[in-house]
Design a protein around this ligand. Sequence first.
Ligand code: HEC
Length: 255
Amino acid sequence: MTSRLLGLAGAFLLTSTCLTVAQDNAPAAAGTTIVPQGAAAPAAPAAGTAAPAADSAAPAGQAGAPVAAEAPAVDGAAAPADAAASGEVAMAEGPGAKIDASPSADTKKEGNKATEGDEGKFVDPAGNPVYNLSADGTADWYAWRGFKKYGANCLQCHGPDGLGSSFAPNLTEELQNIDYFTFAGIVVNGQQNKWNPSGNSVMPAWGEDPNVMCSLDAIYIYLRGRADGVLGRGEPKRPPKNEAGQKAEYDCLGF
Ligand code: HEC
């Protein structure tokens, strides 16, 4: 009996030890999606193509975006600084990849080299959503879809092509300063009076609106392309339908 109890106690100890270890590891593991990537990317720019693929699932999963937006906004602010310090980022090559002198914050930090992730959505070396233009200038599905979704939900305030209006800021410029997680956080939660402190400037919260949430990455991808100078004004050259991408959006919308 005693030995059984001892055994049980031992098992409990073991369990709690494992739990402790697991808990110790948990934050580190969660952090890997953000922090070590920033550290890894500059160290091995050549190998960067392979490594990010494993991480791409997490940040690219569009359903996760609203949740992810809460915590990583803080972590994300610290991590990219390391990458920025190192200078080396992976840039896409080819005719469709000419970057503006003042690109988006994500492109500045990690580059815009696109790796295909789930449902034909491309991610940069840090795992953030990014456009991918073919040699003939055809946009990827999400960049094109994002243009449409931007037009339906954001254009009335932020103006055609993301260029801003008297109501709301120019997002092609704002994206030079905010990264994907910050962007997602603002779109989910809204924001007030930062752009125009003396006025009544209100960015609505879209966290409850599936029309925006189900296409959050697409909208970001479109705007990132605009901010980087890769996508011009007007509708991007339309790609063939990405069935998986369209299905994911419709599933999210409950169609
Ligand atoms: C009703 C008007 C309106 C609509 C519609 C709207 N916004 Fe905004 N948005 C604003 C205003 C106003 C601000 C500035 C808020 C502030 O001053 O803090 C803003 C700010 C932002 C910012 C933060 C810019 C920064 O760096 O501070 C982002 C990002 C943004 N909007 C994205 C979007 C996206 C994406 C959509 C479409 C899903 C959208 N907005 C739709 C009015 C709007």
